[in-house]
Design a protein around this ligand. Structure first.
Ligand SMILES: [Cu+2]
Length: 146
């Protein structure tokens, strides 16, 4: 192997290492985590609900269906853990909680989950970001943080 080839390989390997470290740093700084494993008690569901656990934690079970999210409006307190569980009743939908990094897919027969904590009061629109039919653009719900 020529000296120039070795230098190019070394430089490109080093550059890949820098990119990987930058990716890890960006994920850490923005608080991006891989989705958690689901509790063994959560199965695909078609009924939406909002529970407040004895420790104050909120659990919201969202159902996405053509062309709405259920429940449509949920109020949650600030700085409280919120477990979102998401399933779809018909086709694949998207679930993007505006102004946060919460971005999930609602897939029929599966449950996706994410835990977040809202620190700023306001109305956070939830929009579908996966084209799901003719009224896709009307698919919106609201998470109200007080
Ligand atoms: Cu949609």
């Amino acid at each position: 192997m020529e000296r120039t080839e070795k230098l190019v390989l070394l430089f490109s390997s080093g550059l890949l290492g820098v990119f990987f470290l930058a990716l890890l740093a960006a994920a850490e700084l923005q608080g991006i985590n891989v989705p958690p494993c689901l509790p063994a008690t959560v199965y695909p569901f078609n009924e939406a609900r909002h529970d407040t656990l004895p420790d104050g934690r909120h659990q919201i079970f969202y159902v996405a269906r053509m062309w709405r999210f259920e429940p449509e409006v949920v109020e949650v307190p600030l700085n409280t853990p919120i477990d979102l569980f998401l399933s779809a009743a018909d086709v694949t939908h998207g679930f993007y909680l505006s102004w946060t990094n919460t971005n999930l897919m609602a897939i029929p027969g599966l449950v996706n989950a994410y835990t977040l904590r809202l620190e700023k009061p306001g109305v956070y629109p939830i929009i579908c970001h996966e084209y799901c039919g003719t009224a896709h653009h009307n698919m919106v719900a609201y998470l109200v943080a007080k």
